[in-house]
Ligand binder design. Structure first.
Ligand code: ACO
Length: 311
């Protein structure tokens, strides 16, 4: 009976075992996973654009090769994650349609422009740093295909984070103009990076249920705090500051106090009114449409192969 199936599902989740594609799962669990994993996949794919913007202007062959590898990794992450959603009964073509029609979200962070080359380093350091903070616990997500995909994704994100930090260290030991460029970039990206963790817990409609299902392992505010605590000492090593007058060590809590991100700005960006929202989706749509002939050719080839196997 459904009651037995539910009991078994709860037992698996509560004992920290994995739910696998063929297991029974509540509709809400399936829907939540499709929503979160699809948004995550879209973020990886859209996330190729801000940094891809600097590929033709990387200052050396070495920097260009690193950046190209990183942007390709993001495509790989997107494809893993689309595969994970396919195990839940949706297909990639449908998800891509949802993205380019604006029916599904992707991370707010990718709706900001990359104005200077320092942004490549700062995205690696802070944006990929925030992504790791959020995604390492997702390796223990209750849904097997998602948790397993996260393991490799996190390894690659660690490489991205280090390449960003190393690039910024190099710039910080360069000229005053380079140091200023890094600080200016940090000033623009700090608050948007904090917003990546989602709205505050008391305004996060999905958190409680996702935590109960062990899809999410920590709340948005817990992970945001963890990220701030991790980033402050790194900023000191680099020699940059964060644009937050309220940032201060709190000995009682054993953590940093910090200011409130501008949640109105966050809501606007999530609604599709970010500085580059229209451009990001237009580029994704154009890439999809320009690839139509590849999909048609692959489909024709598969049909012909299937027909000749029947003969
Ligand atoms: N950007 C865009 N939308 C967001 C963001 C964000 N930074 N944070 C929250 N939202 C959306 C949620 O998707 C949700 O919308 P929906 O109900 O229409 O789907 C709404 O705001 C309310 O938020 P929550 O109830 O807190 O949603 P949720 O429990 O899903 O938590 C979070 C949001 C933390 C982003 C979670 O979905 C998650 O951990 N996702 C996986 C990580 C991920 O997607 N990373 C992508 C960026 S990292 C990278 O690609 C480099």
């Amino acid at each position: 009976t459904t009651a037995d199936l539910e009991t078994e599902f709860d037992r698996i989740v509560q004992s920290d075992q994995r739910i696998e594609p063929r297991d029974w799962m509540p509709d809400g669990y399936r829907k939540t996973l499709i929503r979160q994993i699809a948004q995550h996949a879209h973020s990886e794919i859209i996330g190729m654009q801000p940094e891809g913007n600097w590929l033709t202007r990387a200052p050396s062959l070495r920097r260009k090769a690193i950046l190209m590898a990183k942007v390709q990794d993001e495509a790989g992450h997107g494809l893993y994650l689309y595969s994970a959603t396919e195990t839940l009964g949706v297909d990639r073509a449908e998800l891509t349609e949802n993205l380019i029609e604006g029916r599904q979200k992707y991370s707010s962070i990718f709706n900001y422009p990359t104005l200077s080359y320092a942004d490549v380093g700062v995205i690696g350091w802070l944006v990929d740093g925030a992504a790791i903070c959020n995604q390492v616990p997702l390796c223990r997500s209750s849904y097997g295909p998602y948790g397993r995909a996260m393991i490799r994704v996190c390894k690659e994100e660690s490489f991205h984070q280090r390449q960003g930090f190393e690039m910024l260290m190099t710039m910080m030991s360069g000229t005053q103009a380079q140091r200023d460029m890094v600080q200016e970039s940090v000033n623009r990206w700090w608050w948007p990076a904090l917003m990546m963790f989602g709205p505050p817990d008391d305004r996060s409609p999905n958190s409680a249920q996702s935590m109960a299902w062990r899809i999410k392992r920590h709340t948005n505010d817990e992970l945001r705090q963890r990220f701030v605590d991790m980033s402050v000492p790194q900023a000191e090593v680099l020699g940059v500051t964060f644009p937050d007058p309220d940032l201060a060590w709190n000995a009682d809590r054993g953590a940093y106090d910090f200011g409130e991100p501008d949640w109105d700005e966050f809501m606007q960006v999530v609604k599709g009114n970010g500085a580059t929202s229209v451009e990001r989706i237009a580029n994704r749509r154009a890439a999809h449409e320009n690839g139509a002939w590849v999909r048609a050719a692959a489909g024709a080839f598969a049909a012909r192969t299937a027909a000749s196997e029947k003969e």
